[in-house]
Design a binder for this molecule. Structure first.
Ligand code: ATP
Ligand code: MG
Length: 158
């Protein structure tokens, strides 16, 4: 018994860090266990063509030529992956199992977290009860949404 494929949604908060530590503890008991750390960030708006956000007068100027768009997005995403991996390096150091850490673009964090868990065929989500949001309360909107919509067990860590 034991979870083999754990998703840790990570937002750079202290709570998410606690969740990651907890996931590592759980996964360390099982030599086959894998951990996927995922941070959802907004798609790069500054690269997206928009007649409104470029000039405000309905005359759009695309900042990246069409052909380069995918390349630029991919490069930026790779930099963000690296940043995330550096951020969690101390916490994950010494974890014997397989661990991936990546930044994914998503408009709705809850939906993106659930889709990512499906993509990796995860059997558990371990996340913080709160995140970077300033409002105080028992549970943040992302944890609440994931808890409500996920079809796999969710462990919410304080
Ligand atoms: P709110 O965002 O509702 O103001 P909050 O920031 O305090 O409140 P949540 O955003 O729900 O609380 O964060 C709870 C947990 O959800 C975090 O500890 C983290 O595990 C996860 N999480 C939140 N935002 C993201 C994100 N953008 N990408 C990945 N995981 C996230
Ligand atoms: Mg938040």
């Amino acid at each position: 018994m034991g979870f083999k494929n754990i998703l840790v949604p990570y937002d750079n908060s202290e709570h998410a860090n606690n969740a990651l530590k907890e996931a590592i503890n759980m996964a360390s008991e099982n030599p086959e266990a894998k951990i996927h750390v995922v941070e959802v960030v907004a798609p790069p708006q500054d690269l997206v063509y928009s007649s409104i956000n470029q000039t405000g007068f309905g005359m759009g100027v695309s900042v990246v030529a069409k052909g380069d768009f995918a390349k630029v997005v991919e490069e930026r995403n790779a930099e963000q992956d690296k940043e995330l991996q550096d951020t969690i390096a101390d916490v994950v150091e010494g974890f014997p199992g397989a661990l991936t850490a990546e930044v994914v673009f998503g408009v709705y964090a809850i939906e993106t977290i659930i889709e990512t868990a499906k993509h990796y065929d995860c059997d558990l989500i371990v996340m913080g009860s709160r995140g970077l949001g300033a409002i105080r309360g028992a549970i943040g909107s992302v944890s609440y949404g994931v808890l409500r919509s996920a079809e796999i067990p969710v462990l919410v860590v304080k």
